[in-house]
Design a protein around this ligand. Structure first.
Ligand code: NDP
Ligand code: GDP
Length: 326
């Protein structure tokens, strides 16, 4: 029997890689797409991976419960991956109410749609290491207390706990993956890794001279999205739903990540990097470092791609894109 998956956020970075992964496993893949006037460009990530014609897209929005319920009833999914969110931390201070509606209450909408329309399905919630915020332990595991530091992180914390609550209240097979930062050539250009790799590619091709960043002392535990979507799937293959941290266990400053990109392009970082306080945040998450030993033990998961490999892949992809745009 072919398994059916429903992916919210299918047009995002993780949605695209997860679709590719599930198609390779023989799944029928359905995705939720919110209506916009840009029809034809919203699936650019799916096109980049060559899977755009192979997935079924449904008009729905995370803040519109009836649209989600209708989609669940049409698709009758075996697995639901709830990846949709207002996912950018910096924007969450500028749009805090929207962030709460989509990233927090939207999770309840999706869980309700599943409870009413497909209670036997398995559910994955995209939780985030940002929930640890002002870290309470040097390495963060499933047992580490949370201390969110942005409207985004507060919203994600709600999403996490409502998933746990629906599991405990209604016996749903609902799991929450606490994923640390993960990137790829398909990462949004506003996030720091992609901003760096695109900026470096522009400088290399003579289309820019400087790269303006905020707090380059911040440290993140960065992995590759391709490795992380595999962990999402593994969680839903377990007999019992649970929560898992997914991380590499290595933390790196923004400065050192940036250096990898400049070095790969044969450029001197000190000649091009400018610190611009406009990119500082009202409250910062200084350092994140994940302990994913539970996922490694129970799921048999481990990352295959390290930061250096990933940043090089991203710089090369941005150089290729920019050459095509010429
Ligand atoms: P992206 O920002 O690339 O993708 C977000 C997706 O959500 C897009 O498809 C977007 O659609 C969709 N979306 C936004 N608002 C709505 C809405 N109201 N209704 C329906 N869909 C909506 O994020 P990523 O792929 O990087 O991340 C996937 C999930 O994992 C997110 O929930 C994110 O917060 C979480 N996460 C990500 C981490 C990371 O490092 N990447 C770390 C931890 C958690 P559109 O294309 O129309 O904008
Ligand atoms: P986040 O961890 O989800 O907030 O992912 P980001 O990639 O947006 O940011 C990672 C870290 O890089 C944060 O600590 C930011 O403050 C820091 N940073 C420094 N300069 C920049 C910048 O210009 N843009 C972004 N997005 N982040 C920056």
């Amino acid at each position: 029997m072919t398994k059916r998956a429903l992916v919210t956020g299918i047009t995002g970075q993780d949605g695209a890689y997860l679709s590719q992964f599930l198609l390779e496993k023989g799944y029928e893949v359905h995705g939720v797409v919110r209506r916009s006037s840009h029809r034809g460009v919203e699936d650019h990530r799916l096109r980049w991976l060559g899977v755009n014609g192979k997935v079924h897209l449904h008009d729905a929005d995370l803040i519109d419960l009836s649209s989600l319920l209708r989609t669940v009833e049409e698709v009758r999914p075996d697995e639901i991956y709830n990846l949709a969110a207002q996912s950018y931390v910096a924007s969450s201070w500028r749009q805090p109410v929207l962030t709460a509606n989509v990233t927090a209450v939207g999770v309840t909408n999706m869980l309700e749609a599943m409870r009413l329309g497909a209670p036997g399905a398995r559910f994955y919630q995209a939780s985030s290491s940002e929930m640890y915020g002002l870290i309470q332990e040097p390495m963060q595991s499933e047992k580490t207390p949370f201390y969110p530091r942005s409207p985004y992180a507060v919203a994600k914390l709600y999403g996490h706990w409502i998933t746990v609550n629906y599991r405990e209240s209604f016996g749903l097979h609902a799991s929450s993956g606490i994923l640390f930062n993960h990137e790829s050539p398909l990462r949004g250009v506003e996030f720091v890794t992609r901003k760096v790799t695109r900026g470096v590619a522009e400088i290399k091709l003579g289309r820019g001279h400087e790269l303006r960043l905020g707090n380059i002392d911040a440290k993140r535990d960065w992995g590759h999205a391709k490795d992380y979507v595999r962990a999402m799937w593994l969680m839903l293959q377990q007999e019992k739903p649970d929560d898992y941290v997914i991380a590499t266990g290595v933390t790196t400053t923004v400065r050192d990540m940036c250096k990898i990109a400049f070095d790969h392009a044969g450029l001197d970082m000190d000649k091009h990097l400018v610190i611009d306080p406009a990119f500082y945040r009202p409250a910062e998450v200084d350092v994140l470092l994940g302990d994913s030993s539970k996922a490694r033990r129970v799921l048999g998961w481990q990352p295959k791609i390290d930061l250096e490999q990933m940043i090089r892949e991203m710089v090369d992809a941005d150089l290729e894109r920019l050459r095509h745009e010429a």
